[in-house]
Design a protein around this ligand. Sequence first.
Ligand code: GAP
Length: 431
Amino acid sequence: MTKIVSLCKRRGFIYPGSEIYGGLANSWDYGPLGVELKNNIKQLWWKKFVQSRDDMVGIDSALIMNPKVWEASGHLKNFQDLLIECPKCNARFRADQLPYDLDKKGDWLCTNCHKGILTDPRQFNLMFKIFIGPAEEKTNEAYLRPETAQGMFVDFKNILDTTRLNLPFGIAQIGKAFRNEITPGNFIFRLREFEMMEIEYFIAEKEWEKWFEYWQKQMINWIKELGVNTQKIHEIEIPENERAHYSKRTIDFEYEFPFGQKELYGLAYRTDFDLKNHEKSSGQNLKYKDPETGEEFWPHVIEPTWGVDRSVLVVLLEAYHEEKERIVLKLPPKLAPYKAAVFPLLANKPDLVKLARKIYDGLRQDFMTAFDDRGNIGKRYYSQDEIGTPFCITVDFESLENDDVTVRDRDTMKQERIKIKNLPEYLSGKF
Ligand code: GAP
Protein backbone atom coordinates (compact mmCIF):
# COMPACT_ATOMS: atom_id res chain seq x y z
CA MET A 1 0.00 0.00 0.00
CA THR A 2 2.81 2.41 0.89
CA LYS A 3 4.33 1.92 -2.55
CA ILE A 4 0.99 2.48 -4.31
CA VAL A 5 0.22 5.60 -2.27
CA SER A 6 3.67 6.97 -3.03
CA LEU A 7 3.43 6.22 -6.76
CA CYS A 8 -0.02 7.83 -6.88
CA LYS A 9 1.32 11.02 -5.32
CA ARG A 10 4.58 11.07 -7.29
CA ARG A 11 2.95 10.61 -10.68
CA GLY A 12 -0.25 12.59 -10.22
CA PHE A 13 -2.85 9.87 -9.74
CA ILE A 14 -4.05 10.74 -6.23
CA TYR A 15 -2.96 13.44 -3.77
CA PRO A 16 -3.87 13.96 -0.11
CA GLY A 17 -6.85 16.36 0.02
CA SER A 18 -6.24 19.95 1.25
CA GLU A 19 -2.57 19.03 1.62
CA ILE A 20 -1.25 22.58 1.99
CA TYR A 21 -3.37 22.85 5.15
CA GLY A 22 -2.13 19.55 6.56
CA GLY A 23 -4.84 17.47 4.87
CA LEU A 24 -8.36 16.65 6.02
CA ALA A 25 -9.35 13.40 7.68
CA ASN A 26 -8.42 10.93 4.99
CA SER A 27 -9.74 12.92 2.04
CA TRP A 28 -8.02 12.48 -1.31
CA ASP A 29 -7.96 14.36 -4.61
CA TYR A 30 -7.66 12.66 -7.98
CA GLY A 31 -4.86 14.25 -10.03
CA PRO A 32 -4.46 14.43 -13.83
CA LEU A 33 -3.77 10.70 -14.30
CA GLY A 34 -6.12 9.54 -11.54
CA VAL A 35 -9.09 11.32 -13.03
CA GLU A 36 -8.41 9.67 -16.41
CA LEU A 37 -8.22 6.22 -14.82
CA LYS A 38 -11.36 6.82 -12.78
CA ASN A 39 -13.27 8.20 -15.78
CA ASN A 40 -12.20 5.21 -17.90
CA ILE A 41 -13.61 2.85 -15.25
CA LYS A 42 -16.89 4.77 -15.10
CA GLN A 43 -17.20 4.96 -18.89
CA LEU A 44 -16.53 1.24 -19.26
CA TRP A 45 -19.22 0.50 -16.67
CA TRP A 46 -21.76 2.86 -18.28
CA LYS A 47 -21.15 1.39 -21.72
CA LYS A 48 -21.41 -2.20 -20.47
CA PHE A 49 -24.41 -1.88 -18.20
CA VAL A 50 -26.40 1.03 -19.70
CA GLN A 51 -25.60 1.85 -23.32
CA SER A 52 -25.16 -1.72 -24.57
CA ARG A 53 -28.43 -2.96 -23.11
CA ASP A 54 -32.11 -2.58 -24.06
CA ASP A 55 -33.34 -3.14 -20.51
CA MET A 56 -31.42 -0.33 -18.82
CA VAL A 57 -31.63 3.45 -18.57
CA GLY A 58 -29.45 5.90 -16.67
CA ILE A 59 -30.18 8.92 -14.50
CA ASP A 60 -28.24 11.58 -12.62
CA SER A 61 -30.29 12.65 -9.62
CA ALA A 62 -29.69 15.43 -7.08
CA LEU A 63 -27.25 14.87 -4.23
CA ILE A 64 -29.50 16.67 -1.77
CA MET A 65 -32.97 15.16 -1.70
CA ASN A 66 -36.10 15.96 0.26
CA PRO A 67 -35.34 14.74 3.83
CA LYS A 68 -38.57 12.71 3.72
CA VAL A 69 -36.72 10.38 1.33
CA TRP A 70 -34.40 9.29 4.14
CA GLU A 71 -37.26 8.84 6.56
CA ALA A 72 -39.12 6.57 4.12
CA SER A 73 -35.99 4.66 3.10
CA GLY A 74 -35.24 3.86 6.74
CA HIS A 75 -31.84 5.57 6.68
CA LEU A 76 -32.72 8.07 9.41
CA LYS A 77 -33.53 5.24 11.76
CA ASN A 78 -31.24 2.45 10.62
CA PHE A 79 -28.20 3.81 8.83
CA GLN A 80 -26.00 3.68 11.90
CA ASP A 81 -22.78 2.21 13.16
CA LEU A 82 -21.95 1.36 16.76
CA LEU A 83 -19.36 3.87 17.98
CA ILE A 84 -16.98 3.06 20.82
CA GLU A 85 -14.45 5.51 22.22
CA CYS A 86 -11.37 5.44 24.43
CA PRO A 87 -11.55 8.18 27.09
CA LYS A 88 -7.77 8.04 27.51
CA CYS A 89 -6.39 8.40 23.97
CA ASN A 90 -9.66 9.50 22.28
CA ALA A 91 -9.39 6.75 19.64
CA ARG A 92 -12.72 5.85 17.99
CA PHE A 93 -13.73 2.41 16.81
CA ARG A 94 -16.62 0.75 15.02
CA ALA A 95 -17.88 -2.20 17.05
CA ASP A 96 -16.99 -4.65 14.26
CA GLN A 97 -13.36 -3.49 14.28
CA LEU A 98 -12.71 -4.62 17.83
CA PRO A 99 -11.67 -8.16 18.76
CA TYR A 100 -14.27 -8.27 21.55
CA ASP A 101 -17.75 -9.73 21.92
CA LEU A 102 -19.38 -6.47 22.95
CA ASP A 103 -22.69 -8.18 23.69
CA LYS A 104 -20.99 -9.41 26.83
CA LYS A 105 -20.45 -6.93 29.67
CA GLY A 106 -16.81 -6.25 30.48
CA ASP A 107 -13.99 -3.76 30.86
CA TRP A 108 -12.60 -3.80 27.36
CA LEU A 109 -9.10 -2.42 27.03
CA CYS A 110 -8.39 0.10 24.26
CA THR A 111 -6.56 -1.66 21.40
CA ASN A 112 -4.79 1.59 20.52
CA CYS A 113 -3.21 2.84 23.79
CA HIS A 114 -3.79 -0.34 25.84
CA LYS A 115 -4.54 1.88 28.86
CA GLY A 116 -8.08 3.26 28.61
CA ILE A 117 -11.28 1.28 29.27
CA LEU A 118 -13.58 1.58 26.25
CA THR A 119 -16.98 3.30 26.55
CA ASP A 120 -20.22 1.41 25.97
CA PRO A 121 -21.20 1.32 22.28
CA ARG A 122 -23.62 4.03 21.14
CA GLN A 123 -25.54 4.38 17.88
CA PHE A 124 -24.11 6.90 15.44
CA ASN A 125 -25.97 7.94 12.26
CA LEU A 126 -23.66 8.04 9.26
CA MET A 127 -25.55 10.66 7.26
CA PHE A 128 -24.07 14.16 6.94
CA LYS A 129 -26.61 16.75 8.09
CA ILE A 130 -26.75 20.11 6.30
CA PHE A 131 -29.04 23.15 6.28
CA ILE A 132 -30.85 24.46 3.21
CA GLY A 133 -30.91 28.25 3.09
CA PRO A 134 -29.48 30.75 5.54
CA ALA A 135 -31.25 29.71 8.77
CA GLU A 136 -29.80 26.80 10.70
CA GLU A 137 -33.18 25.58 11.93
CA LYS A 138 -34.70 22.13 12.33
CA THR A 139 -37.15 22.78 9.48
CA ASN A 140 -34.24 23.48 7.09
CA GLU A 141 -32.36 20.29 7.86
CA ALA A 142 -31.39 18.04 4.99
CA TYR A 143 -28.79 15.34 4.28
CA LEU A 144 -26.09 14.59 1.77
CA ARG A 145 -27.13 11.30 0.17
CA PRO A 146 -25.43 8.22 1.63
CA GLU A 147 -26.30 6.12 -1.46
CA THR A 148 -27.36 6.93 -5.03
CA ALA A 149 -30.05 4.23 -4.97
CA GLN A 150 -32.83 6.43 -3.60
CA GLY A 151 -32.66 8.61 -6.72
CA MET A 152 -33.73 5.59 -8.76
CA PHE A 153 -36.70 4.84 -6.47
CA VAL A 154 -37.86 8.45 -6.22
CA ASP A 155 -37.70 8.85 -10.04
CA PHE A 156 -39.31 5.46 -10.67
CA LYS A 157 -42.71 6.91 -11.63
CA ASN A 158 -41.19 9.53 -13.95
CA ILE A 159 -39.17 6.84 -15.68
CA LEU A 160 -42.21 4.61 -16.15
CA ASP A 161 -44.10 7.59 -17.60
CA THR A 162 -41.37 8.72 -19.98
CA THR A 163 -39.93 5.45 -21.32
CA ARG A 164 -41.43 2.28 -22.73
CA LEU A 165 -39.72 -0.07 -20.33
CA ASN A 166 -41.39 -3.28 -19.21
CA LEU A 167 -40.23 -5.63 -16.47
CA PRO A 168 -37.53 -6.70 -16.04
CA PHE A 169 -35.60 -3.43 -16.39
CA GLY A 170 -32.95 -1.47 -14.57
CA ILE A 171 -32.11 2.10 -13.66
CA ALA A 172 -28.44 2.99 -13.27
CA GLN A 173 -26.59 5.89 -11.78
CA ILE A 174 -23.02 6.93 -11.08
CA GLY A 175 -22.44 9.61 -8.50
CA LYS A 176 -21.09 10.81 -5.21
CA ALA A 177 -22.26 9.56 -1.84
CA PHE A 178 -21.34 10.83 1.61
CA ARG A 179 -20.99 8.94 4.87
CA ASN A 180 -19.70 10.27 8.13
CA GLU A 181 -17.53 7.19 8.64
CA ILE A 182 -16.18 6.71 12.16
CA THR A 183 -12.88 5.32 10.92
CA PRO A 184 -12.06 6.31 7.34
CA GLY A 185 -8.74 4.94 6.18
CA ASN A 186 -6.61 2.62 4.09
CA PHE A 187 -6.08 5.27 1.41
CA ILE A 188 -9.17 5.44 -0.86
CA PHE A 189 -10.75 2.28 0.59
CA ARG A 190 -12.93 3.93 3.22
CA LEU A 191 -13.76 7.57 2.51
CA ARG A 192 -16.31 10.02 3.80
CA GLU A 193 -16.96 11.24 0.26
CA PHE A 194 -16.87 8.62 -2.48
CA GLU A 195 -18.43 7.58 -5.77
CA MET A 196 -20.75 4.68 -6.47
CA MET A 197 -22.04 2.94 -9.57
CA GLU A 198 -25.44 1.45 -8.77
CA ILE A 199 -28.21 -0.42 -10.53
CA GLU A 200 -31.72 -0.97 -9.25
CA TYR A 201 -33.03 -3.87 -11.32
CA PHE A 202 -36.83 -4.16 -11.17
CA ILE A 203 -38.33 -7.64 -11.46
CA ALA A 204 -41.39 -9.73 -10.66
CA GLU A 205 -41.11 -11.12 -7.12
CA LYS A 206 -41.27 -14.76 -8.19
CA GLU A 207 -38.13 -14.32 -10.32
CA TRP A 208 -35.89 -12.80 -7.68
CA GLU A 209 -33.57 -15.81 -7.27
CA LYS A 210 -32.97 -16.09 -11.00
CA TRP A 211 -32.05 -12.41 -11.31
CA PHE A 212 -29.95 -12.45 -8.17
CA GLU A 213 -27.82 -15.21 -9.70
CA TYR A 214 -27.72 -13.39 -13.02
CA TRP A 215 -26.28 -10.24 -11.42
CA GLN A 216 -23.87 -12.26 -9.33
CA LYS A 217 -22.35 -13.56 -12.59
CA GLN A 218 -22.36 -10.09 -14.16
CA MET A 219 -20.42 -8.73 -11.21
CA ILE A 220 -17.74 -11.40 -11.59
CA ASN A 221 -17.54 -10.61 -15.33
CA TRP A 222 -16.98 -6.97 -14.46
CA ILE A 223 -14.24 -7.84 -11.98
CA LYS A 224 -12.49 -9.82 -14.74
CA GLU A 225 -12.76 -6.84 -17.10
CA LEU A 226 -10.85 -4.75 -14.58
CA GLY A 227 -7.97 -7.22 -14.87
CA VAL A 228 -8.46 -8.44 -11.30
CA ASN A 229 -7.35 -11.97 -10.39
CA THR A 230 -10.60 -13.66 -9.36
CA GLN A 231 -8.64 -16.00 -7.06
CA LYS A 232 -8.45 -13.01 -4.73
CA ILE A 233 -12.22 -12.49 -4.78
CA HIS A 234 -14.44 -14.19 -2.21
CA GLU A 235 -18.23 -14.19 -2.44
CA ILE A 236 -19.51 -13.95 1.11
CA GLU A 237 -23.11 -14.65 2.08
CA ILE A 238 -24.04 -12.01 4.68
CA PRO A 239 -26.07 -13.37 7.61
CA GLU A 240 -29.43 -11.77 8.42
CA ASN A 241 -28.24 -9.89 11.52
CA GLU A 242 -25.48 -8.16 9.53
CA ARG A 243 -27.51 -7.24 6.45
CA ALA A 244 -28.68 -3.69 5.69
CA HIS A 245 -32.21 -3.03 6.96
CA TYR A 246 -33.72 -3.30 3.45
CA SER A 247 -32.08 -6.52 2.33
CA LYS A 248 -33.42 -10.06 2.34
CA ARG A 249 -30.25 -11.50 0.82
CA THR A 250 -26.79 -9.95 0.43
CA ILE A 251 -23.57 -11.22 -1.06
CA ASP A 252 -20.41 -9.20 -0.58
CA PHE A 253 -17.63 -9.55 -3.09
CA GLU A 254 -14.56 -9.35 -0.89
CA TYR A 255 -11.05 -8.82 -2.18
CA GLU A 256 -7.76 -9.73 -0.52
CA PHE A 257 -6.51 -6.18 0.06
CA PRO A 258 -3.02 -5.81 1.57
CA PHE A 259 -4.77 -4.72 4.80
CA GLY A 260 -7.07 -7.76 4.89
CA GLN A 261 -9.99 -9.36 3.06
CA LYS A 262 -12.66 -6.66 2.77
CA GLU A 263 -15.75 -5.69 0.80
CA LEU A 264 -15.15 -4.58 -2.76
CA TYR A 265 -18.72 -4.67 -4.08
CA GLY A 266 -22.16 -5.77 -2.88
CA LEU A 267 -25.28 -7.43 -4.26
CA ALA A 268 -28.59 -7.16 -2.41
CA TYR A 269 -32.19 -8.30 -2.81
CA ARG A 270 -34.04 -5.18 -1.67
CA THR A 271 -37.50 -6.73 -2.20
CA ASP A 272 -40.23 -4.06 -2.69
CA PHE A 273 -39.11 -2.33 0.52
CA ASP A 274 -38.21 1.03 -1.03
CA LEU A 275 -41.06 1.52 -3.53
CA LYS A 276 -43.62 0.42 -0.95
CA ASN A 277 -42.31 2.81 1.69
CA HIS A 278 -42.03 5.73 -0.74
CA GLU A 279 -45.61 5.15 -1.86
CA LYS A 280 -46.77 5.13 1.75
CA SER A 281 -44.79 8.24 2.59
CA SER A 282 -45.42 10.32 -0.56
CA GLY A 283 -48.99 9.24 -1.27
CA GLN A 284 -48.04 8.71 -4.95
CA ASN A 285 -48.83 5.48 -6.74
CA LEU A 286 -45.47 3.80 -7.35
CA LYS A 287 -46.85 0.53 -8.66
CA TYR A 288 -46.08 -1.02 -12.01
CA LYS A 289 -48.99 -2.08 -14.23
CA ASP A 290 -48.45 -5.30 -16.14
CA PRO A 291 -49.33 -4.43 -19.78
CA GLU A 292 -50.78 -7.89 -20.43
CA THR A 293 -52.71 -8.75 -17.28
CA GLY A 294 -53.40 -5.21 -16.04
CA GLU A 295 -52.26 -6.32 -12.59
CA GLU A 296 -50.70 -3.54 -10.46
CA PHE A 297 -47.89 -4.30 -8.04
CA TRP A 298 -44.62 -3.03 -6.59
CA PRO A 299 -41.77 -4.62 -8.49
CA HIS A 300 -39.04 -6.25 -6.45
CA VAL A 301 -35.47 -5.09 -6.74
CA ILE A 302 -32.06 -6.68 -7.17
CA GLU A 303 -29.33 -4.16 -6.46
CA PRO A 304 -25.76 -4.68 -7.64
CA THR A 305 -23.54 -1.90 -6.34
CA TRP A 306 -19.94 -0.96 -7.07
CA GLY A 307 -17.67 1.55 -5.32
CA VAL A 308 -15.73 3.59 -7.89
CA ASP A 309 -12.83 4.41 -5.56
CA ARG A 310 -12.48 0.79 -4.46
CA SER A 311 -12.45 -0.14 -8.17
CA VAL A 312 -9.58 2.30 -8.73
CA LEU A 313 -7.75 0.82 -5.75
CA VAL A 314 -8.02 -2.82 -6.87
CA VAL A 315 -7.05 -1.91 -10.42
CA LEU A 316 -3.90 -0.19 -9.12
CA LEU A 317 -3.08 -3.03 -6.73
CA GLU A 318 -3.44 -5.65 -9.45
CA ALA A 319 -1.53 -3.61 -12.02
CA TYR A 320 1.47 -2.74 -9.84
CA HIS A 321 4.56 -4.81 -10.68
CA GLU A 322 8.18 -4.42 -9.72
CA GLU A 323 10.55 -5.92 -12.24
CA LYS A 324 14.34 -5.98 -12.35
CA GLU A 325 14.87 -2.47 -13.60
CA ARG A 326 11.46 -0.94 -13.66
CA ILE A 327 8.17 -0.38 -11.91
CA VAL A 328 5.32 -1.08 -14.30
CA LEU A 329 1.56 -0.62 -14.03
CA LYS A 330 0.12 -3.43 -16.16
CA LEU A 331 -3.25 -1.74 -16.49
CA PRO A 332 -5.77 -3.18 -18.93
CA PRO A 333 -5.06 -0.95 -21.99
CA LYS A 334 -8.65 0.33 -22.09
CA LEU A 335 -8.25 1.70 -18.54
CA ALA A 336 -4.77 3.25 -18.91
CA PRO A 337 -4.73 7.07 -18.62
CA TYR A 338 -2.54 7.39 -21.72
CA LYS A 339 -3.00 4.89 -24.51
CA ALA A 340 0.25 5.83 -26.22
CA ALA A 341 3.29 8.08 -25.85
CA VAL A 342 5.22 9.55 -28.77
CA PHE A 343 8.96 10.32 -28.57
CA PRO A 344 11.40 11.86 -31.04
CA LEU A 345 14.62 9.83 -30.69
CA LEU A 346 16.61 13.05 -30.18
CA ALA A 347 15.15 16.30 -28.92
CA ASN A 348 17.70 18.45 -30.77
CA LYS A 349 16.90 17.19 -34.29
CA PRO A 350 14.12 19.42 -35.65
CA ASP A 351 13.08 16.93 -38.37
CA LEU A 352 12.50 14.18 -35.80
CA VAL A 353 10.66 16.51 -33.42
CA LYS A 354 8.48 17.84 -36.23
CA LEU A 355 7.42 14.37 -37.39
CA ALA A 356 6.86 13.16 -33.80
CA ARG A 357 4.66 16.21 -33.10
CA LYS A 358 2.66 15.52 -36.28
CA ILE A 359 2.04 11.90 -35.23
CA TYR A 360 1.17 13.02 -31.69
CA ASP A 361 -1.31 15.64 -32.93
CA GLY A 362 -2.97 13.06 -35.18
CA LEU A 363 -3.26 10.29 -32.58
CA ARG A 364 -4.55 12.47 -29.76
CA GLN A 365 -7.74 13.14 -31.72
CA ASP A 366 -8.77 9.55 -30.95
CA PHE A 367 -6.48 8.34 -28.15
CA MET A 368 -5.26 10.01 -25.00
CA THR A 369 -1.60 10.41 -26.02
CA ALA A 370 1.53 11.77 -24.28
CA PHE A 371 4.52 13.51 -25.87
CA ASP A 372 7.94 13.29 -24.28
CA ASP A 373 11.29 14.57 -25.53
CA ARG A 374 13.11 14.83 -22.19
CA GLY A 375 16.17 12.75 -21.23
CA ASN A 376 17.03 9.58 -23.09
CA ILE A 377 14.70 6.91 -24.47
CA GLY A 378 15.36 4.57 -21.52
CA LYS A 379 14.16 7.16 -19.03
CA ARG A 380 11.09 7.92 -21.09
CA TYR A 381 10.17 4.22 -21.21
CA TYR A 382 10.67 3.99 -17.46
CA SER A 383 8.44 6.98 -16.90
CA GLN A 384 5.63 5.68 -19.16
CA ASP A 385 5.83 2.14 -17.69
CA GLU A 386 5.29 3.56 -14.23
CA ILE A 387 2.00 5.17 -15.27
CA GLY A 388 0.86 2.20 -17.35
CA THR A 389 1.04 3.59 -20.91
CA PRO A 390 0.61 0.47 -23.08
CA PHE A 391 2.48 1.67 -26.19
CA CYS A 392 5.52 3.92 -26.73
CA ILE A 393 6.11 5.16 -30.26
CA THR A 394 9.60 6.34 -31.21
CA VAL A 395 10.38 8.45 -34.27
CA ASP A 396 13.95 7.86 -35.47
CA PHE A 397 16.02 8.62 -38.55
CA GLU A 398 14.59 5.63 -40.42
CA SER A 399 11.13 7.09 -39.88
CA LEU A 400 12.07 10.08 -42.02
CA GLU A 401 12.88 7.79 -44.93
CA ASN A 402 10.47 4.87 -44.54
CA ASP A 403 7.39 6.50 -42.95
CA ASP A 404 7.43 4.01 -40.09
CA VAL A 405 8.09 4.09 -36.34
CA THR A 406 9.09 1.73 -33.53
CA VAL A 407 6.21 0.68 -31.29
CA ARG A 408 7.22 -0.80 -27.96
CA ASP A 409 4.79 -2.94 -25.95
CA ARG A 410 4.71 -2.07 -22.22
CA ASP A 411 4.31 -5.63 -20.95
CA THR A 412 6.55 -7.65 -23.26
CA MET A 413 8.94 -4.72 -23.99
CA LYS A 414 9.07 -6.11 -27.56
CA GLN A 415 9.42 -3.61 -30.37
CA GLU A 416 8.05 -3.67 -33.89
CA ARG A 417 8.08 -1.35 -36.88
CA ILE A 418 4.66 0.00 -37.87
CA LYS A 419 3.84 2.27 -40.81
CA ILE A 420 2.80 5.71 -39.57
CA LYS A 421 -0.43 5.64 -41.54
CA ASN A 422 -1.40 2.33 -39.90
CA LEU A 423 -0.91 3.54 -36.30
CA PRO A 424 -4.58 4.43 -35.52
CA GLU A 425 -5.77 1.05 -36.79
CA TYR A 426 -2.94 -0.74 -34.94
CA LEU A 427 -3.86 0.96 -31.65
CA SER A 428 -7.64 0.49 -32.08
CA GLY A 429 -7.00 -3.23 -32.57
CA LYS A 430 -5.21 -3.36 -29.23
CA PHE A 431 -8.12 -1.82 -27.30
N1 GAP B 1 -27.09 1.11 -2.13
C1 GAP B 1 -26.37 0.05 -1.52
C2 GAP B 1 -25.20 0.51 -0.76
O1 GAP B 1 -25.06 1.68 -0.51
P1 GAP B 1 -23.03 -0.34 0.42
O2 GAP B 1 -22.47 -1.73 0.52
O3 GAP B 1 -23.23 0.41 1.67
O4 GAP B 1 -24.38 -0.50 -0.39
C3 GAP B 1 -21.90 0.12 -1.88
O5 GAP B 1 -22.10 0.50 -0.55
C4 GAP B 1 -20.45 0.13 -2.28
O6 GAP B 1 -19.90 1.42 -2.08
C5 GAP B 1 -19.55 -0.81 -1.46
O7 GAP B 1 -19.59 -2.12 -1.97
C6 GAP B 1 -18.20 -0.16 -1.63
O8 GAP B 1 -17.62 -0.53 -2.87
C7 GAP B 1 -18.54 1.32 -1.70
N2 GAP B 1 -18.37 1.99 -0.39
C8 GAP B 1 -19.19 1.93 0.69
N3 GAP B 1 -18.75 2.70 1.68
C9 GAP B 1 -17.61 3.30 1.23
C10 GAP B 1 -16.68 4.23 1.80
N4 GAP B 1 -16.85 4.73 3.01
N5 GAP B 1 -15.63 4.63 1.04
C11 GAP B 1 -15.45 4.15 -0.22
N6 GAP B 1 -16.30 3.27 -0.80
C12 GAP B 1 -17.36 2.85 -0.10
